[in-house]
Design a protein around this ligand. Structure first.
Ligand code: NAG
Ligand code: NAG
Ligand code: NAG
Length: 284
């Protein structure tokens, strides 16, 4: 079997050498096609590799974030890590795998990931005029399950107001409301509060009417980190019936008014009867 496989393998490696020889300057840096998702506080590797592999330990190597000022995340010159050129927010947090440089692997190690680390990173070798990009998405470690409260009755609209809240998100999530059949409900704007820890707390309100199932879902979703949390609530029928309390109050008022009138009539009758008997007495 090995003998059968060898000739094609040999041809491939010869082709490889020929390509590397004839296409000088065709060295290319490659990065991951997908964003890298990192959890806050973790250490992460941002991949970057030279293809075909070659020793780059003596070359000038840069990791930058084009939108930062200063833009340097890691600077490698003549075998040295030039710490002073780094953006202060990366000091003490970035390094290369120096043992890997001889294979053309200039992947960056980033320690203790912060919310502000999210973004596009460029890996660059000026001598070879090649660069590649890595997108880093930072996700929070723990997000809370949404809590739903029946916050109040909205008399004007004639429904029940549900309020949903969820904390600990990064990046900012979206909030969706669904009914028992999975249909999207239109809700008011999502309120977002960003805490001192850079994490987001979101809340949203929706007014619902009585339905078949009276079951509702609050879904909090962050697409870039693929995080979703949802909570269901079943609103009891009688909660909606309290809603019609305005009409029963009116009915109650009408009943008590009728009772009052009756009492007055009866009293009036007795007063009249009494005065009539008085008249009779005085007559005698
Ligand atoms: C580059 O080095 C890192 C750290 O050792 C390693 O995780 C990664 O797999 C290496 N990449 C390749 C393509 O060898
Ligand atoms: C996230 O995904 C949902 C579908 O799962 C979509 O409705 C929504 O628009 C997306 N949000 C963003 C900001 O792309
Ligand atoms: C997000 O999660 C869904 C299912 O949980 C999965 O199918 C999908 O591949 C994930 N997407 C990413 C970008 O991780």
């Amino acid at each position: 079997m090995a003998g059968l496989l060898q000739p094609p393998l040999r041809i491939i490696s010869v082709l490889h050498l020929l390509l590397a020889h004839f296409c000088r300057g065709q060295f290319q840096l490659t990065g991951p096609p997908q964003p890298i998702v990192a959890t806050l506080g973790d250490d992460i590797i941002l991949p970057c590799n030279l293809v075909p592999g070659a020793d780059v330990a003596g070359k000038t190597l840069d990791w930058t974030r084009p939108e930062l000022d200063p833009r340097f995340v890691f600077v490698w010159r003549a075998g040295q890590d030039l710490v002073n050129l780094k953006n202060p927010s990366y000091k003490g947090r970035t390094s290369l795998f120096t043992g890997e440089l001889k294979h053309g692997n200039i992947s960056l190690k980033l320690s203790n990931v912060k919310p502000s680390d999210g973004g596009r990173y460029k890996c660059y070798i000026p001598d070879l005029n090649t660069e590649s990009f890595v997108e880093l998405v930072v996700a929070s470690r723990v997000v809370s399950w949404p809590t739903i409260s029946l916050s109040r009755l909205d008399r004007n609209k004639g429904g029940v107001v549900l309020q949903c809240e969820s904390a600990g998100w990064y990046p900012e999530p979206e909030v969706f409301w669904l009914d028992g059949e999975g249909n999207l409900l239109s809700a008011g704007p999502t309120e977002t509060v960003r805490g001192p820890d850079d994490l987001y707390t979101v809340s949203s309100r929706v007014t619902v009417e009585k339905r078949h199932s009276n079951s509702f879902t609050c879904r909090v979703q962050q697409n870039s980190t693929n995080q979703t949390r949802e909570t269901h609530i079943h609103v009891p029928d009688d909660f909606f019936e309290v809603q019609s309390s305005s009409s029963s109050t009116t009915a109650g008022l009408a009943v008590s008014l009728a009772v009052c009138i009756l009492v007055i009539l009866i009293l009036g009758f007795f007063v009249w009867k009494f005065s009539e008997s008085e008249i009779n007495i005085s007559y005698f």
